[in-house]
Design a protein around this ligand. Structure first.
Ligand SMILES: *[C@@H]1O[C@H](CO)[C@@H](O)[C@H](O)[C@H]1NC(C)=O
Length: 210
C-alpha cells in the first residue's frame, strides 16, 4: 500500500510536535515534589548553572563503617536533570570498603570502575548469582530491581562512577531495612527464619529497636 505524501508529512509533523512540548524541566525546589519529579522552574529564570554540577569532582568521605563515600547527582541536588530519566553517583571506596546488598527504585545501574579493583555482583529473580572482579576501566550493568553489591578487594582505594536510568533512583540497603527500624524481632525471625539472638545482635549493630 502506498502511503500518501500528505499523510506522511502530517504524521511526521504530529510526532515532532509531540516530542517538542518542552526542551527541559529544571527542578523548582520551591514547589512540592510529585511522582514524576519536581515541577518546572520558570524557563525565564533558568541559567546554564542549572545544567552544571561540580560536586562529583571531590572525593567522598569514607570514614564510616562501610568505608564508603557516596556523592549523588540526583534531581534533588542537580536541578537540570529533573524529568530527563537519568542521574549519576560518585562512589569512593577505601581499602576494604563495601557497598552492602541494596536495591534502587526502578533503575538499572551502569558502573564504571575508574580506579582500583572491586568485586561486584547481583542476584537475579531466580536467585542466580552473577559476580565479577572488575579492574580499572571495566563497566558492569546491574539490571533494575535486583539486589546487588560492591566490595573493594584491592589494596588501594577504589573509585566508581555510576549512572542510573532514573533522575532519582533512591537506595534501600537490605541490612538496614531489616535491622535499623522498629520491625519486631519476633516478626523478623518468623518471616526470615533468622534466629532471634542473631537479629538482636544485628539490631544492636545497626541501631534497630523492638
Ligand atoms: C568524615 O566523616 C567523619 C565521620 O562522620 C567525620 O568525623 C569527619 O570529620 C569527616 N571528614 C571530613 C573531611 O569531612
Amino acid at each position: 500500500m502506498m502511503i500518501s505524501p500528505i499523510f506522511f508529512i502530517f504524521f511526521v509533523t504530529l510526532s515532532s510536535c509531540y516530542a517538542a512540548v518542552q526542551d527541559f524541566c529544571v527542578a523548582d525546589y520551591t514547589a512540592p515534589q510529585g511522582p514524576a519529579g519536581y515541577s518546572c522552574k520558570n524557563p525565564a529564570a533558568v541559567t546554564v548553572d542549572d545544567f552544571v554540577y561540580s560536586a562529583l569532582g571531590v572525593p567522598g568521605n569514607t570514614s564510616n563503617s562501610n568505608k564508603l563515600g557516596v556523592t549523588a547527582a540526583f534531581d534533588s541536588q542537580f536541578p537540570g536533570l529533573n524529568g530527563l530519566g537519568l542521574s549519576m553517583v560518585r562512589v569512593d571506596m577505601a581499602v576494604g570498603g563495601v557497598g552492602p546488598l541494596h536495591i534502587h527504585r526502578g533503575a538499572s545501574e551502569l558502573i564504571l570502575l575508574v580506579q582500583g579493583t572491586i568485586k561486584a555482583g547481583f542476584i537475579a529473580s531466580d536467585n542466580t548469582v552473577y559476580i565479577q572482579t572488575l579492574k580499572q576501566g571495566d563497566l558492569m550493568i546491574l539490571p533494575q530491581g535486583l539486589l546487588h553489591f560492591q566490595k573493594n578487594i584491592g589494596d588501594t582505594p577504589a573509585l566508581i562512577f555510576a549512572s542510573f536510568d532514573s533522575p532519582n533512583p533512591s537506595v534501600q540497603i537490605l541490612e538496614l531495612a531489616l535491622f535499623q527500624n522498629d520491625l519486631p524481632t519476633e516478626l523478623i525471625s518468623e518471616v526470615t527464619f533468622i534466629d532471634t539472638a542473631e537479629i538482636k545482635k544485628l539490631k544492636g549493630l545497626f541501631g534497630g529497636t523492638n
